[in-house]
Design a protein. Sequence first.
Length: 545
Amino acid sequence: MELQYQYIVVGGGAAGCPLAATLAKKGPTLLLERGPRSVKDKSLRTCCDKDAVKWHRTEAGSWAATANVLGGGSAINAGVFMKEAIDSPFFQAHPFLESDKVQQAYAHVTKTVSHERAGSTQFSNDMVAAMKDIRLGKEAVNTDTAHYGIYHPSSLFDEKGRRYTAADLLPHDSDAAAKNLTVKTNIRVTRVVFDARKTGPRAIGIEYEDLSQVNPTTKVLLQPKAHYFLSCGAIHTPRLLMLSGVGNAAELSKHNIPVVLDQPHIGQHLKDKSVIAISLSSCRPVAKTMVDTMAATPDFMIGTASGGRLASYIGPSVLSMIPKPYRTSAARQTASWALRLLPQALLKKVNQQITMWAWLSNPTSEGSVELLSADQYADPMIRTRGFQTPEEVEAAATGVAVLSALIHSPSLYKYARRIADFNSTLLRSLEQLVPAKFLSQYIQTNKQGSSSPVTFPVLPSTNTINSRGKRRKLKSWLNSMHSEGWTYSGTCRFDDVVNHDFTVKGIDGLSIVDASILKRPTRVNGQATMMMMGIYAGNMVTTAC
């Protein structure tokens, strides 16, 4: 890596890959990614690949996931591709983004990685019917732009099941820009090096480790004339900055980190679209679907999935059926072990599920990313806030009511396994692994009628959901049972930390291009928008030179 580079990008994720590809059209560019270049299995199971995902347990007990592979979140997620409309609340919160340049960048991303859903299944047709039953809006057959109503989002998977990622936006060998681009994977950047001798600090290098080596040692790359870009995401970008001496001076001093720049907003204002998920045990086989049907209102979104191996692959990683304090590492290991021991016939029934989830369109509660020490190998403390404000609780209450209504709608109720006929063999198998009293509290309850659908977990009663007098009880349930949405943003946001041209305030030679800069999160999966942002920022830099 001793060549002279004009641009150095740290983080090869949804924004970092297209950013590096765009910068390489102008001059020599180095892209550094912590994870591997790719993983062997590019299906949905990638989200549980130990090499592709880094898991962090939040302060409250839920599991946060960050990508650890070239392509970032686009290489491990459910493959939903949704753009934000130019007149959407997202762009209203970022009015300085020029619409024509946004559209041009979106167009390039769409052409490269987006695909229409191939056909429909009987289950997806029934799900649409259920959404219409409860009046969630009109249906748009296929769309790649988020809007209100019922729709079928575009996908990063093509008709053959091949996943496209942000890495597909990197130039091919035949492209002129390829000669200017060097991509290095398995490189973990541990610190940004600054020259603070002048009037203000300037980024002049990085410290890094080559993880492909048996015993990696810390090395330093100094290139004072290069411009550095951080694209590590809303968790790891603020962490890297704080380890480098940029952050709240008082907090940095507690960890004996020399202060380069006092910037108290770094690591603050963390937002995530907390998810309330519910799985409906199906009494009949269901086709494998993954977020091919969605519904949206101004306040919340509904997503659906079914069949396949969703429960046995993702369930043990998230543990959304039990309260957050019990979602320990030991519980995850036990769940994975238990599922591996189940006979195939029972495992098939476990996976015979319909999963639905609701999340807020615009979460307002803010958490934080904080250092626990100066140890570069230690995970940060991630504080997500869930549902805190009255407005969030009201919106979540409506979302939970919609989930309950969907389950009981005629179009879906025919799939539901009733408590009365719930397979006793499966229940006994589960009770051998989890105390029966605990199991009945979170999987089924005798207080429900025998004709009630079996859901994981049990939703609050209709009275609790609809009664404003029981909002404290509902809020407690929401904050105990929600899962992370894995769509983190806001920890280095525009105006507080970053200028509108993506440069970091108070530091020369350093920019940030990832979800940490957002003042408001996207309504759906943010991958399409972050890929667009990488191209947008790259064009802004190269045209200004």
